[in-house]
Design a protein around this ligand. Structure first.
Ligand code: KIV
Length: 263
């Protein structure tokens, strides 16, 4: 049976950890589901790991629609989330709706939007019209140049309180889930505690409702620089299936991420 947003929200309420990975094609969708991954994120990280760009900024809506279609065709069980790429949701809620609708028609069950307070109207507009939205706070890669690089966010009392406030505002605007990227583990725990919706961490410590990693990072096939929060699951397993099964097992058992992968 298909995992839905309700399933994931119930898992979070019952403290049963959600295992998510990025996925960009039909074959991997089947492999990841078989290994027990609950949710597949068609991430705009495909700009880095598939297209070889230095950032996610060149990724287009057409790219995202194509890869969402591929993942949706290969998937039978997992919840599928598609990233809204740069410049497809920031200008107006109406534009965002039309662009999100293309991703939903391509097979997504939810769209993900980077950003906090400036995105509230758009999140409300989309969710009021039947499009589930996942927020994304902390390190938001589409803002890499504004942030001055891929840096840990939310450090210090003021920045931490601000992030908690924005997470609550996103939830109130209708977000059904929030990705927390590269923030201190204690802060991610406090955000998770403050919300009823699931939080999915990447470089955000173990106290989130679930975890996500970029598939090519955890399989160690991406030749670029690895963030501290990435673990190579191929090292001890040697097969893709084994690596993904181990990832799911460690996320569910809360043994990944360890302190060495956290800030
Ligand atoms: O695009 C992506 O893969 C993401 C994850 C880093 C959460 O947004």
């Amino acid at each position: 049976m298909r995992i839905t947003l309700t399933t994931l929200q119930k898992m979070a309420q019952e403290s049963s950890r959600i295992a998510m990975l990025t996925c960009y094609d039909a074959s991997f969708a089947a492999v990841l589901e078989e290994a027990g991954v609950d949710a597949l994120l068609v991430g705009d990280s495909l700009g880095n790991v598939l297209q070889g760009h230095e950032s996610t900024l060149p990724v287009t809506l057409r790219d995202m629609v194509y890869h969402t279609q591929c993942v949706a065709r290969g998937s039978k069980r997992a919840f599928v989330i598609a990233d809204m790429p740069f410049a497809t949701f920031q200008v107006s809620p109406q534009d965002a709706f039309h662009n999100a609708a293309e991703l939903m028609a391509a097979g997504a069950h939810m769209v993900k939007i980077e950003g906090g307070r400036p995105m509230l109207d758009t999140i409300e507009f989309l969710t009021d019209r039947g499009i589930p939205v996942c927020g994304h706070l902390g390190l938001t890669p589409q803002s890499v140049h504004a942030l001055g690089g891929y840096r840990v966010q939310g450090r210090g009392e003021d920045a931490g309180q601000q992030l908690i406030k924005e997470a609550k505002m996103l939830e109130q605007a209708g977000a059904g889930m929030i990705v927390l990227e590269a923030i201190p583990a204690a802060l991610a725990g406090a955000v998770t505690e403050a919300l009823a919706i699931p939080t999915i961490g990447i470089g955000a410590g173990v106290d989130c409702s679930g975890q996500v990693l970029v598939l090519h990072d955890m399989l160690d096939v991406y030749p670029g620089r690895k963030a501290k929060f990435v673990k190579n699951f191929m090292r001890t397993t040697g097969t893709i299936q084994g690596a993904v099964e181990l990832y799911v097992k460690e996320v569910k058992a809360r043994t990944f991420p360890g302190p060495e992968h956290s800030f």
